[in-house]
Design a protein around this ligand. Structure first.
Ligand SMILES: Nc1ncnc2c1ncn2[C@@H]1O[C@H](COP(=O)(O)OP(=O)(O)OP(=O)(O)O)[C@@H](O)[C@H]1O
Length: 510
């Protein structure tokens, strides 16, 4: 039998939108099959149908030629289908071991017995090079390790069909290389993999075939070897995408943000998390904080935005000391923030799009009259914003944000923050999870923002992004700024040396 899974003519409608419109996807045994499509194209919906989370309105699923009905994830498990979701589904307060065995626990005389499971997990971990500490608590481990836990969960259940929904979006470049190697070795062992990603490089590196969907419709299935990245992107977006960022030279203006002697330590941890940080961001500048994840970038951003307590040093915005200001005061003083964790800090998932657009300014005169929200005005403004930023959803501004695709949630935050027109925009991983068309658009927006005498502080793990849109790169390593670099005078390899702490210094006289 050629195909292990066939999803044939699948259609699924949500209020106001056909998320899947007659889509067919056929997966061969032992292949890595990429599923490519714009934000909101319907990829997660299709995979949720395969995993039993949604029922299709029409169409059918065959496993090894047999017609099956997958009513829920337990059925999916019985058919040996496993999924690593875009947002992991782990119990943060449980250990790694407990998360992996959850739902399959062995009991003896009324007590849990974990020794067999532990042994089996350690064998799998060694076999597939999935390094984990079984006794670590999930909330304390890195995102990369959490993902390895999710993969081990599938292998522990002996899953044969593995769905990876944007698995690299949260990983560092090193972790991405490692994951692609692991996926290839899983395929060699006979596992069949569906790989959702927006990154064409990754498809070229790891996938055998690729199915492309656009706006809910099937476009094509191709052998990856036979197509270029440009051809893939054209099939996905329906037009040519300019992968090269164009940016004119801009003379930096006044200092907007100044950080002086910033230090931060965690109680009980001897090593400083932030050590003597000093830098400035000026008008007309995009300054990028680059570094391997976990080297203090998050804490530094939390300190600047007011989300961190207990740091020492001084932070000034437009010459005003904001060191002790609250988050809202800093907002009002002129800091916009696209946060790293969009669900935790960027959106209220049960509010609709329009309500999310005013989270930071619902109390202003524009949005309120006599103490009541001016809904007419608020909805009209939100409509303009989602149109300008191409935020797609079934019911427009009335859609609850949890109904939006991941990429569209991200675009909604970007729309709100850029529209706030603050003097300083802090953008942390702004293009994470976005398709290449959307990335092109967001890069243009960030550059335009900087051209309008604003300052942008960008945090990005995407080296291409760092090199192409920043005016200056500050490299962080172990809580310190170890490099102040001019992107025109540095290449990716050299940047890597700074990021790993092997090189320090300044290559920029600004
Ligand atoms: N539960 C739901 N209720 C209403 N609409 C939904 C629901 N789930 C998805 N949608 C809509 O279906 C469309 C397809 O969404 P889906 O999450 O499948 O896209 P995607 O291709 O995975 O996008 P992304 O790359 O941004 O993650 C979107 O317009 C989304 O708003």
């Amino acid at each position: 039998m050629e195909y292990v899974i066939e999803m044939l003519n699948i259609t699924k409608e949500f209020p106001g939108i056909k998320a899947n419109d007659n889509i067919t996807l056929q997966l061969k045994k032992g292949e890595i099959h990429a599923l490519l499509g714009e934000n909101g194209a319907g990829k997660s919906t299709l995979m949720s149908i395969l995993f039993g989370l949604y029922q299709p309105d029409s169409g059918c699923i065959k496993i090894k030629g047999q017609l099956v009905k997958i009513n829920n994830p337990n059925d999916a498990n019985r058919f040996k289908i496993g999924m690593v979701h875009q947002h992991f589904k782990l119990v943060e307060t449980f250990s790694v071991l407990d998360n992996i065995i959850l739902g399959t626990e062995e009991c003896k005389n009324g007590f849990l017995v974990k020794e067999n499971a532990r042994k089996q997990i350690m064998i799998l971990s060694k076999q597939y090079n999935l390094n984990i500490d079984p006794d670590a608590i999930v909330k304390d481990i890195t995102v990369g390790m959490q993902q390895r836990v999710e993969i081990l969960k599938m292998l522990f259940r002996d899953n044969e069909i593995l769905i990876f929904d944007e698995p690299t979006a949260m990983l560092t470049p090193q972790e991405i290389d490692e994951l692609l190697k692991i996926m290839k070795s899983l395929a060699r062992e006979g596992k069949s993999i569906i790989f959702i990603t927006h990154k064409l490089n990754e498809i070229k590196m790891a996938a055998d075939r690729c199915t492309i969907i656009r706006k809910g419709k099937y476009i094509d299935t191709v052998n990856v070897q036979n197509v270029s990245k440009e051809q893939l992107s054209r099939k996905m977006v329906g037009r040519d995408v300019n992968l090269v960022v164009e940016k004119e030279i801009c003379e930096p203006g006044e200092i907007v943000l100044k950080v002086e002697n910033l230090n931060y330590s965690k109680r009980g941890v001897s090593k400083k998390i932030l050590s003597n940080i000093n830098f400035e961001v000026k008008q007309n500048e995009i300054v990028c904080l680059a570094g391997i994840e976990g080297n203090g970038q998050s804490e530094l951003i939390y300190a600047i935005t007011g989300m961190l307590n207990g740091y020492r040093g001084k932070i000034t915005l437009n010459n005003k000391d904001i060191t002790n200001s609250s988050i809202r005061q800093r907002n009002l003083e002129g800091i916009a923030h696209i946060p790293e964790d969009r669900h935790k800090y960027g959106l209220v998932l049960d509010y609709n799009l329009a309500e999310n657009m005013i989270l930071k300014n619902y109390f202003t005169r524009d949005n309120q009259k006599w103490g009541f929200l001016r809904f007419d005005y608020i909805y009209k403004q939100a409509q303009i914003l989602i149109k300008n930023y191409d935020v797609r959803s079934g019911q427009g501004v009335y859609s609850k944000v949890h109904e939006l695709s991941g990429g569209n949630q991200q675009k909604a935050i970007i729309a709100r923050e850029i529209n706030s027109n603050c003097d300083l925009l802090i953008a942390v991983q702004p293009t994470r999870g976005l398709d290449i068309g959307a990335i092109e658009f967001i890069h243009e927006q960030l550059i335009q923002y900087r051209n309008n005498r604003h300052a942008v502080l960008l945090v990005s793990l995407e080296l291409d992004e760092v090199m192409s849109i920043s005016d200056r790169i500050l490299v962080m390593h172990e809580g310190q700024i170890v490099g102040n670099l001019d992107p025109k005078k540095v290449n990716a390899e050299e940047l890597g040396l700074y990021m790993s702490g092997s090189k320090r210094g300044v290559n920029d006289e600004k």
